[in-house]
Design a protein around this ligand. Sequence first.
Ligand code: XMP
Length: 513
Amino acid sequence: MERELVLVLDFGGQYNQLIARRVRECNVYCEVHPCTLTMDTIKEMNPKGIIFTGGPNSVYGEEAPRCPKEMFELGIPILGICYGSQLMAYMLGGSVKTAPVSEYGKTEVEADGSSALFQGVSAKTICWMSHTDYIEKAPAGFAVTAHTPVCPVAAMEWAEKKLYAVQFHPEVMHTQEGMKMLSNFIYQICGCSGDWKMDSFVETTIAQIRNRVGSGKVLCALSGGVDSSVAAVLLSRAVGKQLTCVFVDHGLLRKNEGDEVEAVFGPEGQYDLNFIRVNAQKRFYDRLAGVTEPEKKRKIIGEEFIRVFEEEAKKIGAVDFLVQGTIYPDVIESGLGKSAVIKSHHNVGGLPDCVDFKEIIEPLRLLFKDEVRKAGLELGIPDYLVYRQPFPGPGLGVRIVGEVTADKVRIVQDADAIYREELAKAGCDQGLGQYFAALTNMQSVGVMGDERTYDYAVALRAVITSDFMTAEAAEIPYAVLSKVMNRVINEVKGVNRVMYDLTSKPPGTIEFE
Ligand code: XMP
């Protein structure tokens, strides 16, 4: 049976991934593609519905992205959001105008409950608006189904043609009944049945991998992070001992983390696979000696990782498949947009070049992060691994400002372990995007007992974020911070000051380097 698909056509809006996630939360598979997708490809994909995203353009602009007019004649339901709604209005003969002032923020919208889109939605509902242009007049054939005091066409539809448009953003959480509207579009209007379920994904993927790999040899770089762990377990379920996982312990992991990964995936663990742990701590510290520039440190750690992995791969000999933990946001980002490089995050990007293999397997290519987690749970991976906060590839290397030494690694590992333990004990770790201790490069004077000290300052950080592109410092209760400070100073040799980082992102970044 063919899987149901809802297609999101990206017109340059900032919420394109969010729309796709929301559709998948309704148990319908969804893909994001550029708005330039050809009609032939769309017909071939045979989607149950199409959603046009917002975008920064004005429909009258020279560069304004369009879609072929034929798309409106396919009989496939279309929902236009923001720019997508204006485009639909403009291309079908309505009128779009530029308002003297933008409508921005939470806005009360009066919606017509007799529209299939607004079934079960309150007559007055709070929606998120963010636009300057607006639809002044809906095209002939369309009925206006929602408005605000300043926006005459907040929603319009031509139900017989299955064309729907909303000026606001149903996908953002500020639109209080947005999920209801999207679910109405997907189920009432597109007629989906909701066949995107994690257990069927896991089962189908295992069968596909088995088919593809046959009796081939598979190699996977395991970091202990959620993506590589889920990828490894999927492969192990599919091909067992034909899979070898190489885990490089670069000495920049959190306290006891290397042993924890080994306990789950090693010979004593529950999975059927070959596990190789490489204890390469000293090699990394040697290469990092005297290096202080963050990007240079990242580069060294990335290169050394590849070198170590290459040596292991050579020992194993030619393999048929290399596993990569690519997830859907990486696929969308590499295919759709370009952004400035603030930090070179993708530090294992060189892996495929150093291994002798025939094909790459990316079993998580279609999944968002929350879906990777669901798949992990489905596969029986322990909760603490599945819900592990993101940990940067260069590890503590970017949480130690300045030169990395074995002693500084010990300090930051111990302080971080205390911090995490106390946050968990106080129940403050829920809802945090990332939280950790970092070692500033600052040494300052203190007094302990009757002695003068000249030791390091540890910085504690905790951020709330949903996308890791922006973040706010979390409000950790003073009593908890105070307890952590006490314990760190008393238990971690070499530290005489503890600070809490209040900086949001921007202007700061989440990591210190
Ligand atoms: P920043 O510090 O840029 O971090 O606000 C955003 C997210 O990316 C992670 N991060 C990295 N991940 N290699 C990685 O794999 C890196 O070099 C790297 N630098 C930052 C960071 O932990 C946060 O989740």
